[in-house]
Design a protein around this ligand. Sequence first.
Ligand code: 5GP
Length: 211
Amino acid sequence: MKKKGLLIVISGPSGAGKGTVCKEYLKNNPETILSVSMTTRQPRRGEVDGVNYFFTDVATFERMIDEGGFLEHAKVYGNYYGTPKSFVKENLLAGRDVILEIDIQGALQVKEKFDEGVFIFIVPPTMEELKRRIQRRGTETPEELLRRFKSAYEEINFITRYNYLVINDSVKEAAKKIEAIVVAEKCRVDRNSDFYTNLQGGIDNAISIHR
Ligand code: 5GP
């Protein structure tokens, strides 16, 4: 039987650099799939429908909630965001690792349903740096900026619900750390029970031949 892919859930406050770190990871691991979320937020300059997000309206999003089409969904900064379920399932079953870059509410929902995922929290080196990064991006209004900065403080309290903490002071190093986490996770004994039971069977056989 083909081994299922690993579900990698990445969260962190706005400005932590999740998107950039994920891009760097995907550059070095092109066989990994990034799940494209659906959102009711307006596209930012340069964002492409179907690439950055599937942009949709509230009625369509709510219909998809009712139909059970999301693995998780949440309202973040007043807009809906959600992970389409079938895409993630299909890729995991085909043995491909899938990254979800989602907020904490969504990550906790996934954890409830799918505990075998690996949950990684990315933080900036300092809160001052986080503020600088959100400001530098220049895509948010001053009110939106303040809202994102305030929620960053609240989000930090949820770090303990995650398995790993990655400090993003260098994008390359942070992506390398995620690679190390993925390799380690795939070596975990509880992820390899099929292999060691086979191995045990082989040992039993070898012993009985010897007798
Ligand atoms: P942004 O508007 O900056 O693209 O994203 C805002 C927040 O929504 C980020 O924390 C991002 O990780 C989160 N987000 C993006 N897609 C999803 C999703 O499918 N589900 C959830 N729960 N959060 C998401």
